[in-house]
Design a protein around this ligand. Sequence first.
Ligand SMILES: NC(=O)c1ccc[n+]([C@@H]2O[C@H](COP(=O)([O-])OP(=O)(O)OC[C@H]3O[C@@H](n4cnc5c(N)ncnc54)[C@H](O)[C@@H]3O)[C@@H](O)[C@H]2O)c1
Length: 262
Amino acid sequence: MEKNIFDLSGRVALITAGGHGLGRAYCEAMAEFGADVACADINKKFADETVDDIKRFGHRAIAIEADVSKPDQIERMVNQTVSGFGTIDILFNNAGWCHSIEKRLHELVIEDWDACININLKGTFLCMRAVLPVMLKQKRGSIISTASVAGLMAGCWEWSAPNIYAYGASKAGIIALTRHAAVAYAKDGIRINAIAPGTHDTKSTFIPREVAEPYLQRFAKFTPMGRVAEPNEIKGLAIWLASDASSYVTGQTFVQDGGFIA
Ligand SMILES: NC(=O)c1ccc[n+]([C@@H]2O[C@H](COP(=O)([O-])OP(=O)(O)OC[C@H]3O[C@@H](n4cnc5c(N)ncnc54)[C@H](O)[C@@H]3O)[C@@H](O)[C@H]2O)c1
């Protein structure tokens, strides 16, 4: 029987910030399509909850505590995954954070700027740097990073999210890093792509609900589809990019935003 091109059986997926929101959806999608999953998160309780949930799919899953902005923790996360499952075939660089959107650029403190760049952009670099040697050894791998439409466009109070300078810059950086790395590793059998989500209602851990609520309503109003997305709607793109179904696709960023920036 021919293999289903979306089948991930026998593959190992490592997902950062897999404990909540889009990361949890990525973990579920990988497990549902047959992969063993290493779910890493700065919050171990969140990672444990994801792992308990995805065990219903019948594959191996482990929870790892790791802050993507800390090189030693990234090395430990990769070693733990490889010693548990033997290799890494799929890496989701998903961890992201944003500073308060109340401050304009001239009011932004350096600590906010640094934290955002360190988690979002440096974290993506650190995870790629740690995982690429594993993928090079087996001459196979798929790396998928979570960028954002904020890396492709700016918004204003009336219809979008303002004051996300470091966040937008970090996500644009992820898109550029994706392109450059994809070209460099294309002949090594390693594909590198990014997903740029529009608004997905993840009940985000870093934006207070009362702050998020008016934005969600505004985004829904200005999105051609007339709504924001559920986190689970990210699964299709994730499975396609992780699997052999996208075997000739690399260096690209895929927007999923209900037509917001069309
Ligand atoms: N939700 C959206 O609408 C949306 C849109 C565009 C891009 N994104 C991006 O998607 C990714 C996930 O966002 P979400 O909405 O699912 O977030 P979320 O708030 O639902 O979950 C974030 C998770 O990241 C973990 N985390 C935070 N800092 C970390 C760190 N330093 N190291 C490891 N884990 C860390 C948290 O513990 C939590 O489990 C982020 O990169 C975000 O920028 C989200």
